[in-house]
Structures are given as structure tokens and as C-alpha cells.
Design a protein around this ligand. Structure first.
Ligand SMILES: Cc1cc2nc3c(=O)[nH]c(=O)nc-3n(C[C@H](O)[C@H](O)[C@H](O)COP(=O)(O)O)c2cc1C
Length: 396
């Protein structure tokens, strides 16, 4: 664990490198996993370079306000924690510890349905925290219902339904590793504890051996061919607002709006599901346009590594962004203090970008300030006085 003073000296790249040293190999492999040839994973990060900030000057920028609201709840930074499974690989207290770091940052945490700690334990560890609960619609709906009920009881303010995972593409490969190491089979701490509920199906699977539970029953819960009818079902069992996570197209965004979603997270699941899906920052504008003035809030996750990335996402229409892997790196490096440092570092970077681009508040990022780089390849923006190249027709 790295002390607070040292944490302040770490860049995002340092956090990643140190986390790799600290987290044991199978945990690191799980966190670092990306589907297929890792194209979507890599492009989600690289794609931010395709967006350019056109700064204003002489705007008298003093204090910068980086607070915002999500579903009516004020947060101190437009940066939140995305749901990610099994934080126990990064810290022995797992999600209890990350929840404390997010609470101290005054932000929002989405707890994964595949957390290594119970929903109630997380609420107890960070009682003042603002949280939403992620779930899938599992094949056996009793799992989903259990998660929703626990989240309601623990004061969570919304349900986040992940809609990009009708199957989990990585489970087989990872379980082979886990099974070899023995973790998921022998150590209850390394389990998705909120799925081990008191229902006959789980007892039966358990009775036929842990290996059966982990390698057959639980993965099979992800083979759930869901439709918007299942979204209706979810709405029917809770009065909490529902946010759809994993939307990348205008068509899907419109369906989510029609179905009654309160929010949309533009996300490619950190490149862990469909390899070949677009980078979220590329998909953002069409989703924002499709949502229009429906009051459905649009957020983004995937590839956020700096304040500049955050500014670009907000400038392209996201209300807030979510971090996946950076939270795990912060957690591994410094526990709750490490998570908090990630928020502080990115918040400070964001404030700098706001000053340098002439935006005193997040509500005042003018449309057209963050443009795709093709803007600069467009002839219309070439000076009218530019000379024409004698060899061809291009402007000098
Ligand atoms: C280790 C790990 C576990 C994840 N588990 C979940 C999960 O349980 N549910 C979910 O909806 N998304 C999950 N995600 C995806 C994240 O919520 C998020 O979409 C993604 O990590 C964002 O990309 P980033 O890691 O580049 O920030 C997971 C991501 C990682 C890295």
C-alpha cells in the first residue's frame, strides 16, 4: 500500500503500473482482460485523441464549478465509479473500501451485482455514500429480484441494468484460470457473493459441488436472451429509476427512451464484451441527439484516463463520466485514499482544462467547442486567403 504523500505524486500511468505490481496475477489478468483482439478496449482509450478542444480566451475565468447533478442528486465532481466485479482482488476489504473512497470524494458509486461483498456490507461501510446498483436480468429472475430488493433496503437510489451482455464472453476462459488457482472454488471471498442466495436452485447446484456452481450454474445465469419486455418486468418490480448501461447507437437509445429509462450510459463495457463495438466517445453524439429533449440523462464510460478526456466527453454531451479500471488501480495502490486520489487528480485536471479552454462551469461548455478532428480537415475552415498549391488543388 502506498502512503498518501506518495499517492499525490502518481500519474494515472503510475497508478496502473503500481497496481500491476501490487495485484496478484490472476486478479490483474481479470481486471486487465479485454475481449477478442482488444480492439474496442484500445480504441476506447485512443479515440479521445480524435477530439479537439477549440479554446475561448479572455473569459475572466476564476473559480471553476465542477459540481453537477445526476438524476437530481448533487455530486462534487462529474466523475463516478462504474460497476466492476470482485474488488477483493485489489484490496482485502473489497467494495467496502472503494465505497469509502467514493463517499469521501462526494461522488456516486455503481455497485456491481458481482461484487465480492454483500450489498448491505457496502452500505454499512460507507453509510453516507450515494450509490446506484447494477444488475443483469439473470436467467433465473430470482437473482435479479434479490439484488433489487437488497439495494432498495440499503438505500441505493437507482438500478443500472447492463444491456450489452446477453452472454458473458469471458467467463469460460477466466474460470479455467480461477479454477486452476483454486480461488473461486475454495475461497468464499472470491465469489460473487450477492448471487449466492437462499433459493433451491443455488442449493442444488451447490450440492453437486462448488465446481458445478461456479462453472455451470452461475455462467448459465448470463445466458439470458433479454428484450424490452424484461425491462418492463424490471420496472414492474421496483419504483427506483432505471439506467440502461451499454448503449452505443441512436436506435438503441430511442428504444431505451421509449421504454422509460431514466438514464443511459454510453459504454462498450470497457472492451470486455463485443470486440469491434465503437469507442464510446465516438458513439456519444448520436446517442445524445437521439435522446433529444426527453430529459433522459446521458453518461459515458470507457477509456477515461485524464481531465482532458472528461472535458471532451462533457463537451460532446455527457452529463457525467464513469471510471472502471482506474478505480481498481486506485484501490490497489492506496485503498480508500487511493480511490479518492483518482477523483481528486482527475477533478484538478478537469479544472485546469476548463480554465485553459475558457469554461467557468460545466453547464457553459458551448456546443462546437469539442470537435472531431475532421473539423480541421474540412476545406470550409481553411482561411479564405490561403494560397492554392501549384501542383494540386489543396490549400497551403
Ligand atoms: C474488472 C472489471 C469488471 C467489470 N464488471 C462489470 C460488471 O459487473 N457489470 C457491468 O455492467 N460492467 C462491468 N465492467 C465494465 C465497467 O462498468 C465499465 O463499463 C468499463 O470498465 C469502463 O471502461 P474503463 O475500464 O476503460 O474505465 C467491468 C469492468 C472491469 C474492468
Amino acid at each position: 500500500m502506498i502512503n498518501s504523500q506518495e499517492l499525490r505524486r502518481l500519474s494515472m500511468d503510475d497508478f496502473q503500473a503500481k497496481a500491476k505490481e501490487i495485484i496478484e496475477k490472476e486478479g490483474w489478468d481479470y481486471y486487465n482482460y479485454a475481449a477478442g483482439r482488444r480492439w474496442t478496449y484500445q480504441d476506447s482509450i485512443n479515440a479521445f485523441e480524435r477530439y479537439i478542444i477549440r479554446p475561448r480566451i479572455m473569459c475572466g475565468i476564476g473559480d471553476r464549478d465542477i459540481t453537477t447533478t445526476v438524476l437530481g442528486h448533487r455530486i462534487s465532481v462529474p466523475i463516478c465509479a462504474a460497476p466492476s466485479a470482485l474488488h477483493v482482488y485489489a484490496h482485502p476489504n473489497g467494495e467496502r473500501e472503494s465505497a469509502k473512497g467514493v463517499e469521501e470524494s462526494g461522488s456516486l458509486m455503481i455497485l456491481s451485482s458481482e461484487a465480492s461483498v454483500t450489498i448491505a456490507d457496502v452500505a454499512e461501510a460507507a453509510p453516507g455514500g450515494f450509490r446506484w446498483m447494477q444488475t443483469y436480468i439473470f436467467k433465473n429472475r430470482k437473482h435479479t429480484e434479490h439484488i433489487v430488493r437488497q439495494a432498495e433496503r440499503a438505500g441505493f437510489k437507482a438500478i443500472v441494468l447492463t444491456v450489452d451482455s446477453p452472454v458473458t464472453v469471458n467467463w469460460d476462459e477466466l474460470d479455467d484460470n480461477f479454477a486452476e488457482e483454486g480461488h473461486l472454488n475454495t475461497d468464499p471471498n472470491y465469489r460473487c457473493i450477492n448471487l449466492f442466495i437462499d433459493i433451491p436452485e443455488v442449493h442444488e447446484a451447490k450440492a453437486s459441488g462448488d465446481i458445478n456452481l461456479v462453472k455451470r450454474y452461475l455462467p448459465d445465469q448470463h445466458n439470458s436472451p433479454i428484450t424490452w419486455d424484461d425491462f418492463e418486468w424490471l420496472k414492474s418490480i421496483t419504483s427506483l429509476p432505471i439506467v440502461c448501461k451499454g448503449i452505443l447507437t441512436a436506435e438503441a437509445a430511442k428504444e431505451a427512451v421509449d421504454a422509460g429509462a431514466a438514464g443511459i450510459i454510453v459504454s462498450a463495457h470497457g472492451g470486455r464484451q463485443l470486440d469491434g463495438a465503437p469507442a464510446p466517445i465516438d458513439a456519444l453524439a448520436e446517442v445524445v441527439d437521439a435522446v433529444g429533449d426527453s430529459n433522459v440523462e446521458v453518461y459515458l464510460d470507457g477509456g477515461i484516463r485524464s481531465g482532458t478526456d472528461i472535458f471532451k466527453a462533457l463537451g460532446r454531451g455527457a452529463r457525467a463520466v464513469f471510471l472502471g479500471r482506474p478505480i481498481l488501480w486506485g484501490l490497489a495502490c492506496g485503498g480508500a485514499a487511493g480511490v479518492k486520489r483518482i477523483f481528486t487528480m482527475l477533478g484538478n485536471e478537469l479544472k485546469d482544462v476548463m480554465a485553459l479552454s475558457g469554461c467557468p462551469s460545466l453547464q457553459e461548455i458551448p456546443s462546437g467547442m469539442v470537435v472531431h478532428k475532421s473539423y480541421y480537415e474540412n476545406r470550409e475552415h481553411v482561411s479564405k486567403s490561403a494560397k492554392t498549391c501549384p501542383k494540386c488543388t489543396c490549400k497551403l
